[in-house]
Ligand binder design. Structure first.
Ligand code: ZN
Ligand code: ZN
Length: 327
C-alpha cells in the first residue's frame, strides 16, 4: 500500500510504501476510493489534539471497497462500498456508551488520530463502525459526508428546531448543512471571514437568504447559530445575533480560547454548547436525509501524494466546499 504519514507534529506528511494492513477480528480491509480532508486533520497534524498515534496515517472521511474481511465478518461483504468516519471504536460498556452517548465514550478510538486513517490506498476499520454506502454514487461526492456531513448534522440537531439558522465559517460542513436546512424549510444566514465575498457568493448560491462577514449583523435575530470555524472570538459574535433563548453550537473539535464576555451576552437564557464526535445513530439518520435532500457536495480533488497541498489550501481558506484525496 501507499500512504501519507505524519511522523512528527508540525512536519509535512511523507509518502511511504508499506505492506497492506490485515483485518483483525470484526474488521474490514478497504481499498480507499476517496478520502476527504477535514479541518480536524489540520488540528491533528499541528498538534492541537493531544497524543496522536505516531507515525500516523491521517484521514477520517473514507469511502472504500471492502477487499478482505477478518474473523467473524461474512466473506460476502467483499466488494461492498463502505464509509469510515472519525469514530473508529467505542468501549461499549462505559456509562456514556450504555446511555446512547457513544460519542462521549471514555475509551474511544478515532480514525486518523489514534489509529491509521484514509490518506492511503488501503485501511482497516471495525465493521461495526463502517457504514454501507450507495454503490452507484460518486465516491468523491460521498467522502465529505463522512465528517463534514455527520458532524454538521449533529450540530444542526443541537441547534434545535428554529427556522433562522446562522452558520459561521462557510466551508465543507456549512455547505452541506445549508442544503439540508433549505430542504427542511429553514432560513440560512451565512457568515464568512470579513470581506470574503467569494464565500458569501458561494453561500447565497446554495440557498442562504443572507450572507455577510462574521463582524456583521443579519437583518433579523437568529434562533441558533453553528460555528464551524475554529475561532473563539466567534462565540460572542454569535451570541450577539441570536435571540433570547437562542443557542450557539460550536461544531469543531478544537477552537482558540474563548474571550471573556459580558454576562449580558448570555443573559436571556442564551446558551453555548459544543458538539463532540458522532454516534452511529447520527449516521443512520443523516445518510437518508442527505439522499432525500439531494445534497450535492462541492469538491476539489487531489492526488494522494498531494495531501500536503490539500491541507495547505484548507488552512489558507482557499477551498469552496471540501478537498478530497484520490489514491
Ligand atoms: Zn472531521
Ligand atoms: Zn464507552
Amino acid at each position: 500500500m501507499k500512504a501519507m504519514i505524519l511522523e512528527a507534529i508540525g512536519m509535512p506528511l511523507r509518502p511511504v510504501d508499506r505492506p497492506n494492513p490485515l483485518p483483525g477480528k470484526g474488521q474490514l480491509m478497504l481499498r480507499v476510493e476517496a478520502c476527504a480532508v477535514c479541518r480536524t486533520d489540520l488540528h491533528v497534524c499541528d498538534g492541537d489534539l493531544p497524543n496522536p498515534k505516531l507515525p500516523l496515517v491521517p484521514g477520517h472521511e473514507i469511502v472504500g471497497i471492502v477487499e478482505a474481511v477478518g474473523e467473524g465478518i461474512a466473506p460476502s461483504r467483499v466488494g461492498q462500498r463502505v464509509g469510515v468516519p472519525w469514530l473508529g471504536h467505542t468501549c461499549g460498556c462505559c456509562s456514556f456508551c450504555r446511555s446512547g452517548e457513544e460519542n462521549l465514550c471514555d475509551e474511544p478510538q478515532f480514525t486518523g488520530y489514534t489509529r491509521d486513517g484514509g490518506f492511503a490506498t488501503h485501511v482497516v476499520a471495525d465493521a461495526d463502525y463502517a457504514f454501507v454506502l450507495d454503490s452507484q454514487a460518486d465516491p468523491v461526492a460521498l467522502a465529505p459526508l463522512l465528517c463534514a456531513g455527520l458532524i454538521g448534522w449533529r450540530s444542526l440537531k443541537k441547534a434545535g428546531d428554529g427556522k433562522k439558522i446562522g452558520l459561521y465559517g462557510f466551508g465543507a460542513a456549512a455547505h452541506i448543512i445549508a442544503q439540508i436546512c433549505r430542504w427542511q424549510g429553514r432560513d440560512v444566514y451565512a457568515f464568512s471571514r470579513p470581506g470574503d465575498v467569494a464565500a458569501q457568493r458561494f453561500a447565497l448560491g446554495l440557498g442562504a437568504v443572507w450572507a455577510g462577514g462574521s463582524d456583521e449583523r443579519p437583518p433579523v435575530a437568529l434562533d441558533a447559530a453553528i460555528i464551524f470555524a475554529p475561532v473563539g472570538e466567534l462565540v460572542p459574535a454569535a451570541l450577539k445575533v441570536v435571540r433570547k433563548g437562542g443557542r450557539v453550537v460550536c461544531g469543531g473539535i478544537h477552537m482558540s480560547d474563548l474571550p471573556a464576555i459580558p454576562y449580558a451576552l448570555i443573559w436571556g437564557e442564551r446558551s453555548v454548547v459544543s458538539v463532540a464526535n458522532l454516534t452511529r445513530k447520527d449516521a443512520e439518520e443523516f445518510f437518508p436525509v442527505a439522499r432525500q435532500a439531494d445534497v450535492r457536495t462541492h469538491t476539489k480533488t487531489y492526488r494522494l501524494v498531494d495531501a500536503n497541498a490539500a491541507l495547505d489550501d484548507l488552512r489558507a481558506g482557499h477551498l469552496s466546499g471540501a478537498a478530497v484525496l484520490i489514491p
